[in-house]
Design a protein around this ligand. Sequence first.
Ligand code: URA
Length: 435
Amino acid sequence: MDFVHDVIAWKRDGRELDEPRVRAFVDGVVSGAVPSYQASALLMAMVLRGLSDDETLWLARAMIDSGKLLDLSVLRRPVLDKHSSGGVGDKVTLVLAPLVAACGAVFGKMSGRGLGHTGGTLDKLESIPGFRVQLPQGDFLRQLERIGVAVVSQSERIVPADRLLYALRDVTGTVECNGLIAASIMAKKVASGTSALVLDLKVGRGAFAADLAQAKEIGRLCRAIGTAYGRPTTCLYTAMDAPLGRTVGNRLEVEEAWQVLKGEGPGDVREVTLALAAELLPLADLGLDAAEARARAEAALDDGRAAEHFERWCYVQGGRWQPGEFHRLAAHEVKAPAAGYVTAVDALAVGRAAQLAGAGRRTVDDTVDAAAGVLLERSVGDAVQSGESLAAVFSRDPARRREASTVLETAFTVGPDAPPARRIVLGREDAATAG
Ligand code: URA
């Protein structure tokens, strides 16, 4: 029996791995010496037995060392980044990135694509005709220097181990492990040169963390890795029981982000964006505290500067941004079965409906339809009459439209009484918070 077999058996029996074993596993996955069936077996043992804090840090370290490290120090300014653990209707990066630049700081991000029921920023940006998400490293740096904002796709050479492991986890039911999630998120952030990071950890049905306790555990592990690498990491915990905003689907979400950039749009998207800006901007070289940061960000949304920076950013990255100018697909409406109040909108069901409509991928090789998605006409707390529209699903394909609307119908709960007001920001913890 070979070494990998023994490592799998060791973990299966609930024993802690040591650093050399973790490193041998990661190196073997990258070199191809560890076949995917053995890697999957070890991942499953990790999910079932959990990872200790040390195992999580060793895993992150081995993953970071599997590729190149990007050095952003030539910019001589802190480069800020935020990362979301993934949600439904989460278009916050589209607003926050130009907003941070409009406030005088630098926002640079390597981002991912949507997988499963969660959306990805790159797919949203690519719904703008011409928008280029693949930039050579030199262009990425020059753009940050010139306009203070750039969002690009993850370079193939950064953390190759995560790309391989994440693809396996996605198809073997092994995403849901706090240590694996924390190592995967933080390895990419450390390797891509981020100076200071705010994590938006989503909580609820539409997120990887079902409750606040689990999100806090992922946050604690992420902060420990950030501290080990000298990258101060702040965690914001935000609600993902219902979708964020009223749109789910790539181009629909860009349109909604544009509304928020103009000082309009849904209050929950604005609130999460401002809460993140209040965490991020004090980490820049602007001498702002959290209250000043929030006030500056609010002003930039309301006086048009954030929208102006979004237009400039699109232009420089090749995008031809024309609000409202996209092909509207045929829609199927979901109607209220009774009069009352919307008491819940299940983010997972809405995410799945949007994915079925064509907005998301079923496999990594799938293409997405930029115009497909879901528009929520009513959200939690809204009053509705019997037979009124709750939501519309847009898809090019009538069969997919029908299938998606059947799932979408299950997302809504309508009751006789108005629900209590929802809290969107559920808590925060920074690098100094005891783990
Ligand atoms: N996001 C990541 O980057 N990795 C995970 O494992 C989960 C969410």
